[in-house]
Design a protein around this ligand. Structure first.
Ligand code: SAM
Ligand code: MG
Length: 391
């Protein structure tokens, strides 16, 4: 994490002395993103907005967090470029095959962070990474009232360059030509403390990009303020007119596949059911074979054995049938293999999908064969059907 001074090779090393450059490992922008990700890990926010989201790199890293259900980016850049950045936010193929547990909507808005838009009310976390130094004095003056006063999220993270670090860079006076200012720690902290006091937040200062050994007094290369709303909760929509203040233009809206959506839950359930039935069938046939071999050798199976093999075929009666159906272990009747839904639901991967027996039955009913009372999946004991992935 620490900045390192290294010698930069010049084109003709013999004539021009090499110059020291600061290198960060990981790179500074990665450290800033990591800082936000650590906060997300810790606080598990549901609604997160990144103001001045740029190329959406941070959003792309945040979209994998299971706790986040609404992820919003806002930027004033060229609208076409912003729309294009949305491509990086599309779900991967794997996210359709193994959907998230909770819904996630990702939205990119085109607009300025100093405009009020009610769709950003009630957020748990708002990040402003390397944004404020790009605001001109008028916009900087409006920014706290919009973000802290109006949007009033539970937490705000603001990062900005620490100008005290700049002398460690070769030639740098400002780090980016678009920067309207770069603040010392004292300047940032007095601005932040004033904002926090005005809007009833507390603020804690830290940073990323440690200075190299010997230069510790300049502080972090990127300074960061973490603002927490006193009283905790994000602003509720209490004034009805606030709801309709839609100023930003949505340019990208993506809904992620999740197990909260019936079609994905159904696909996941059916696929897990097929896999589990297939593996139980193999296990069952192996058990039968061992029992048969034991009989041939005159050995009876050990009554105390824990093997969950039920072999009711030859001794099948009505009472036996009732007992079998009450059992949660797989069983066979003639050449049919039955796996009770209860048994399937006991499997960790199916259990994890969180469906009740009733829901599972209705979701899988048109993809598998169920027993007449609907309590078990039925398949051929010896010859799985063609659409069985095992066949
Ligand atoms: C240095 S970039 C930071 C991008 C991103 N946060 C990151 O850390 O990678 C600053 C971004 O703020 C955006 N920006 C500047 N003024 C803005 C405003 N008034 N409203 C929204 N976005 C703004 C710029 O378009 C740019 O994408
Ligand atoms: Mg900047």
């Amino acid at each position: 994490m620490e900045g390192k001074t290294t010698k930069c090779k010049s084109e003709s090393e013999a004539e021009i002395p090499s110059v020291p450059v600061i290198e960060f490992n990981p790179q500074l922008y990665r450290q800033r993103y990591q800082f936000v990700k650590d906060l997300v890990d810790l606080h598990e926010p549901k609604k997160v907005a990144d103001l001045g989201c740029g190329d959406a790199s941070l959003l792309r890293q945040l979209k994998i967090y299971p706790c986040i259900q609404l992820l919003v980016g806002v930027d004033i850049m060229d609208e076409h470029d912003l729309r294009w950045n949305g491509v990086k936010l599309q779900p991967f193929l794997g996210q359709f095959l193994m959907p998230r547990e909770l819904d996630l909507t990702v939205i990119l808005y085109h607009g300025s962070v100093v405009e009020r838009d009610s769709r950003l009310l009630g957020f748990d976390l708002i990040t402003c990474i390397e944004l404020i130094e790009h605001l001109d004095p008028d916009d900087l003056a409006r920014f706290p009232e919009v973000v802290f006063g109006y949007l009033s999220p539970s937490m705000v993270v603001i990062s900005t360059p620490n100008s005290e670090f700049n002398p460690l860079f070769e030639v740098v006076t400002v780090r980016d030509l678009d920067h309207k200012f770069e603040w010392s720690r004292k300047e940032f902290q007095s601005w932040a403390l004033h904002v926090a006091k005005t809007y009833n937040y507390s603020v804690e200062f830290t940073g990323v990009g440690k200075p190299p050994a010997g230069a510790e007094s300049v502080g972090f290369c990127t300074q960061i303020g973490i603002f927490r709303k006193n009283g905790g909760k994000a602003a509720e929509l209490c004034v009805s007119e606030q709801r309709d203040q839609h100023v930003y233009k949505p340019v990208v809206t993506i809904s992620y596949p999740s197990l909260q959506q019936e079609k994905y839950l159904k696909t996941a359930l059916v696929s897990e059911v097929w896999q589990e039935v297939a593996s139980l069938r193999v296990e069952y046939l192996r058990g039968l074979k061992e029992q048969e071999e034991g009989r041939e050798l005159g050995n009876q199976p050990d009554a105390c054995s824990e093997a969950p093999i039920l072999w009711f075929g030859p001794v099948f009666t009505e009472a036996g049938k009732a007992r079998i159906e009450a059992s949660s272990e797989p069983f066979s009747v003639k050449d049919k293999f039955f796996v009770p839904l209860q048994r399937l639901l006991a499997h960790p991967r199916l259990n994890h999908l969180g469906a009740s027996e009733e829901r599972m039955r209705s979701l899988i009913a048109d993809s598998v064969t169920l027993s007449s009372d609907g309590s078990a999946v039925v398949t051929d004991l010896h010859d799985p059907p063609d659409d069985d992935p095992e066949s």
